[in-house]
Structure formats: C-alpha cells, structure tokens
Design a protein around this ligand. Structure first.
Ligand SMILES: NC(=O)c1ccc[n+]([C@@H]2O[C@H](COP(=O)([O-])OP(=O)(O)OC[C@H]3O[C@@H](n4cnc5c(N)ncnc54)[C@H](O)[C@@H]3O)[C@@H](O)[C@H]2O)c1
Length: 413
C-alpha cells in the first residue's frame, strides 16, 4: 500500500517524467538493454532518493530490468507529489509526501525497506542507518546497495572505519561520471535556479558567499561568477582555499564574509557553518541558502532565537526579523535549495549519475555472493563505459592511442 498525497495528481507527474525521458539518452539505452537482459529478474529494489521526475524515470528503468521497485524520497521537501502519484498510477509502491514531518518521513523509509530488498539506492545514508539499527531484519536479503551523495559516503566511511558496516555498498558519488558533473555542474546550475526561482532577484553585482570549495562549491562559484556575482569563498582546507584564490575568488573566514555578503550558500556537508555570531553582523535583507545534504549547515535554531518575528515572505522564503530591525531571509528552510525551491539537477546531468547507479546495481546483482561487506568504488570500466556512451550521445569523437603510442606510454626508460 502506497502512502502519497493524492494519486489524482498523476498526469502532471507523468508529463514531467516524459519530458526528462526525452533528455536522458543513457538511461534510454540502459532501459532498452535491461528490458532484454533482465538483470534484476525476481529481485526487489528499494530506492530512497530525491523523488522527482529523473528519479522516477530511474525507477522505471530498474523495473524494466525485472525488479519490483519501492520508492521513497530522501528529504521531505524535495518530494514532488505529482511525480509520486504518477509512479503509483504506473503500479509502483511509493511512500513519500512533500513536507511530511520527521516521523512521517521515517515511517516512509521503513515502509520502503519492509519488503526486504535485494538491492537498494540510498541518498544521504538514511536507509543504511535503519538497516543497521532497529530494522536490521529488513536487510536479510540485501545483496548490496549504492550511495548517491558525499554526505552518505562520509557516513559509510565512518561506519566501515568503526568496523560497523554490515552490508556491501558502492560509492556512486565518487565515480568520475558522478561527482565531476553532478556535484559540480549540476549543483552549480540548480542551486542558482532554486535561488532565482524563489527570490526573483539579481545575481549580478551581488557579493555571493560560498561556504565549501569542494565539487559542489566549485560548480556554484563558476556559475555565480558567470552571472556577474562577486564571489567570496570560505574554507577549512588550505588546499581548497588556494584553489579558490587561483580561480580568482576572495577567500576569508565566515566571520568576515558574514559582514559583507548579500547571498550565502553553504555546501560543506558540515554543521554550524553559519551561526549566531554571523547572523548578528549580517546586512539587512541578506539571502541564506543551503545546498549541502542536511539542513544543519545554517543554524536555524540560533537564527530563530535571535528573532523578534518570523514570517513567511514568499513560497520558500521565511523572514527572520532581528531586534535591530534587520531581516535575514532563509530559503527553503535551510534544506537543499536546488531541490526544495528548484527542480534539482538538469536531466542531462542526472542521466550520467543514474546510468552509474543502474550499472552499479547490475554489477551488484551479477556478483551476488562474491563481494565483501565493505564500501567499494564504482568499477572503472562502468565509469569509462558511461563516459564513452555520453560522448556518443553528444556526437563527439575523441582520439585513441595508436599501438606505437601505447608502446611509448608503457616504456620504463
Ligand atoms: N545540492 C545537491 O544537489 C547536492 C549534490 C551533490 C552533493 N551534495 C551535498 O553537498 C555537500 C558537499 O558535497 P561536495 O561533493 O562538494 O563535497 P566535498 O567534500 O567535495 O566538498 C566539501 C568542502 O567543504 C569544505 N568544508 C567542510 N567544512 C567546512 C566548514 N565548516 N566551512 C567551510 N568549508 C568547509 C571541505 O573542506 C570541502 O572542500 C555534501 O553534503 C553533499 O552530500 C548536494
């Protein structure tokens, strides 16, 4: 039994899925291949990932491969109810409602794994957390799973280091065809999309503070600069800080950036990046947004406790009035702004990420019983095959090494 908002919303969800289907050639070709090879025949798959059109198409592709697929979101604000309705209309079991509370969210996650999956997709590590805790029995058939994002991978690495990882997992995030494109170009574009969509304000000429110059931060900095913003970066890693400087950005501590910024975006995967002492020095009217996985980067509790009034300004924007009259605007409740206030990454980007997901799940299925309970990298041949296929869909040819060149490159002296 599904738990969604309203199945009657399905038509607009189906339109969205059909739209992205037209721009995801890698998944088109994998869908065709899986319908013939049926790598998941008789298997059950659980998916917890931002529930919007691209994800829904991935669910269809996995079903084409023979699986029974259950779907939920990985963040209550990124779930699109019409897309969930379309999946249910097409016979999937879906447990996800936009804006559900923490209890409802956890119930939906539990329902998604209660069919004792053979394979799973996690995004941020919430399914893994349940399967290592109270709901361990739902993991009894699990061959393995794939983790989509940096934060989830950090949780798996910590679990493995503590000797507490009880399942085979594949780190999809660190595949080249994932983070080099999804985290960088996807987050770069879609974070701006979420901010512009909700605020309808100018980017050009604004002081745009980016916390974290990792893959996501680099992509956002590149795109914000392209739109005319003056970009300021905050970092804790000296090497990333030098990269930001050499890419032409000002680098300073958040204590300094807080005083001058107009727009702030956190993308660190860390907590308490913007806190009380920063809110106290910010300019009137600043915009605060987060594009890191969890809503812990901007300390919302401290922001609320400093406020004399908290009021809705526009969809996805809440104003916090300070005692001195300044208003600090928080976008999308400090949750992933690109998904909660935008449409997430472009379809062409998710095509690559989800091709890696689909082929990694196939790899797990093929290697049932052969893999250890540990975190594996995506096999290099999958990464290269996805890249080669992507180039082909873009009609781009590249050079290949001649036998003489291969010999030259292999020479010792
Ligand atoms: N919005 C999206 O759609 C999306 C997509 C991919 C990843 N993510 C999430 O975004 C976050 C960042 O991902 P990434 O791939 O860029 O990670 P990354 O590890 O490449 O980069 C994170 C950077 O933040 C820096 N950092 C850490 N703590 C900091 C602090 N307190 N202040 C300033 N800088 C700090 C690190 O030194 C690092 O350079 C993760 O939570 C990830 O799960 C979001």
């Amino acid at each position: 039994m599904s738990n969604i908002k309203d199945v009657n919303l399905w038509q607009s969800g189906s339109d969205k899925i059909n739209w992205v289907r037209s721009y995801m050639p890698l998944l088109n070709s994998i869908e065709k291949e899986f319908s013939e090879t049926k790598p998941f025949a008789g298997m059950k798959i659980s998916m917890s990932i931002h529930l919007e059109a691209k994800t829904a198409y991935l669910a269809h592709v996995l079903r084409a491969g023979g699986a029974t697929v259950r779907v939920t979101g990985c963040n209550p604000l990124s779930t699109q109810d019409d897309v969930a309705a379309s999946l249910v209309h097409d016979g999937f079991e879906v447990n996800a409602i936009h804006g559900t509370d923490a209890e409802g969210y956890t119930k939906d996650l539990i329902a998604t794994i209660s069919h004792t999956p053979d394979l799973l997709i996690d995004d941020g590590g919430d399914l893994m957390s349940l399967l290592h805790g109270e709901y361990r029995e739902y993991g009894k058939n699990l061959i393995g799973g794939c983790e989509e994002t940096t934060t989830g991978v950090h949780r798996l690495i910590a679990r493995e280091a503590a000797g507490l990882l009880d399942y085979t997992m594949i780190d999809v995030n660190d595949a080249d065809c994932k983070h080099l494109f999804d985290n960088r170009y996807g987050t770069g574009q879609s974070t701006l999309d979420g901010i512009m969509n909700s605020t309808n304000l100018m980017i050009a000429g604004k002081i745009f503070v980016i916390a974290g110059y990792g893959w996501c931060g680099k992509g956002l900095a590149m795109r914000a600069k392209g739109m005319g913003a003056v970009v300021v970066v905050t970092e804790i890693d000296p090497i990333k800080a030098i990269e930001a400087v050499m890419d032409g950005f000002a680098v300073m501590p958040m204590d300094e950036a807080a005083k001058i910024g107009d727009i702030f975006v956190t993308l660190t995967g860390c907590s308490d990046v913007i806190t009380e002492k920063h809110f106290k020095t910010m300019k009137d009217g600043v915009l605060l947004a987060n594009s890191g996985h969890f809503d812990v980067e901007i300390n919302k509790q401290e922001l609320a406790s400093l406020s004399t009034e908290i009021f809705d300004r526009k969809p996805n924007i809440v104003g916090y009035r300070m005692a001195d009259g300044r208003i600090i605007n928080l976008l999308a409740e400090g949750r992933l702004v690109n998904l909660a206030a935008g449409n997430g990454h472009p379809a062409e980007i998710m095509d690559m990420s989800f091709a890696i997901q689909a082929k990694s799940l196939e790899y797990l299925a093929k290697n049932k019983g052969k893999l250890e309970k540990k975190l594996y990298a995506v096999p290099a041949e999958i990464d290269r095959a996805v890249a080669a296929l992507r180039l082909k869909t873009m009609n781009i040819e590249i050079d290949y090494l001649t036998p003489e060149q291969k010999e030259y490159m292999a020479k010792v002296d």
